[in-house]
Design a protein around this ligand. Structure first.
Ligand code: ATP
Ligand code: MG
Length: 336
């Protein structure tokens, strides 16, 4: 377990397969950083308390997330794929670290506040306590392998900031145990959903999933929201705030084409259909190799299970080591 490279810890909730928002906000950066960092990619199954009545969905999503990771090029030879609850030390560390997070601090966390309001509206009942405390579990996830860097979408930054505070506080009180991590926001910090309103999210029914076939992608793009003020193709259109153009900016590598479409759109010289068709082409070019790799791993499920078992086994050893340090720092060795 000698550590030569700096570490990354980041993760995803096993609530569904992954979408374009994950790709542009997170996965793309993760793939790139695998050479320079020792990466721990976590499937955070302790953090889906909002799916308690759908554990079969969670179970399937653990596998789906791993498939998507392999499909985009995360490499289990270099990186560790970790199932959170199979390393129960995460739960133990969460308990200790929750001593060092003020209630008011958690209540003011803007991401948590928005997610709880959304969940409450959807579920029409009060949010589980475990949902309220999930950011503390994320703190434990990050501090466990002493990660230096945490690449995520923008919505997770408040949690990374909280992690830094907890690390500082713990180290000041009990000696240098934890590393204070840096956050790193992806190329597209918050990809908007197909509805043009909320961020693209697995649970929000506004996503294009990485595993979807070319026809489904076409259908979804063709029915996307565009500029609501534009009635005819000859009306001058708005590019800013138009989700179709946001996706062009995010996923169409042909910047000259995107610029030409924007110029013509503003001048009322191109229809939504053409703009969308060109987006469809760009998206399908991006997704095709991902679909192919996914199909390969889907046909070889033993490889997926092996990746998860190996990464989780390694993370467990790292966690045992960190917990030994935490227990010593807190002087919990009562009987020695
Ligand atoms: P859920 O709706 O179940 O919470 P989610 O789509 O928000 O799902 P998470 O598992 O919560 O996905 O997030 C995983 C990672 O992907 C995080 O780093 C998050 O910041 C990033 N991410 C998720 N959605 C987007 C998005 N639309 N744009 C950019 N990054 C995103
Ligand atoms: Mg989320």
């Amino acid at each position: 377990m000698s550590q030569t490279r700096k570490r990354i810890l980041t993760g995803i909730r096993p609530s569904a397969a992954l979408h374009l928002g994950h790709y542009a906000g997170a996965l793309e950066t993760w793939v790139r950083l695998q050479d320079d960092y020792e990466c721990f990619f976590l499937i955070a199954d302790y953090q889906v308390s909002d799916y308690a009545d759908q554990m079969d969905v969670v179970r399937e999503a653990v596998f789906e997330v791993a498939l998507d990771w392999l499909a985009v090029g995360l490499d289990p030879e270099r990186s560790h794929f970790v199932i959170e609850s199979l390393v129960p030390e995460h739960a133990e560390l969460t308990v200790w670290l929750s001593w060092f997070v003020g209630l008011g601090r958690l209540q003011r966390n803007p991401t948590l506040k928005a997610e709880m309001a959304e969940l409450e509206a959807r579920a029409k009942e009060s949010v589980p306590v475990a949902f309220f405390t999930y950011p503390i579990m994320q703190v434990a996830n990050i501090l466990m392998p002493k990660a230096h860097l945490v690449p995520t979408g923008e919505d997770q930054s408040p949690h990374v900031e909280m992690t830094r505070e907890v690390a500082r506080r713990f180290n000041r009180m009990f000696g240098e145990v934890f590393v204070e991590p840096e956050g790193l926001i992806g190329r597209v910090p918050r990809l908007v959903g197909l509805d043009g309103k909320a961020k693209m999210g697995k649970s929000l029914n506004n996503a294009i999933f990485l595993k979807e076939d070319a026809e489904t992608v076409t259908q979804k793009v063709m029915s996307m929201f565009t500029d609501p003020t534009r009635i005819r193709a000859t009306d001058p259109g708005h590019v800013e705030g138009n989700p179709v153009f946001m996706y062009h900016d995010a996923f169409n590598p042909d910047t000259a084409e995107v610029q030409d479409l924007k110029d013509r759109y503003r001048a009322g010289k191109v229809g939504d259909v053409e703009v969308k068709q060109r987006l469809v082409r760009a998206l399908n070019e991006l997704l095709e190799p991902i679909r192919e790799r996914r199909a390969y791993y889907q046909a070889h499920p033993a490889l997926v299970r092996e990746a998860l078992a190996a990464g989780t086994g390694y993370a467990k050893k790292v966690a045992e080591q960190t917990m030994a340090e935490v227990r010593a720092a807190l002087k919990l060795n009562y009987l020695e």
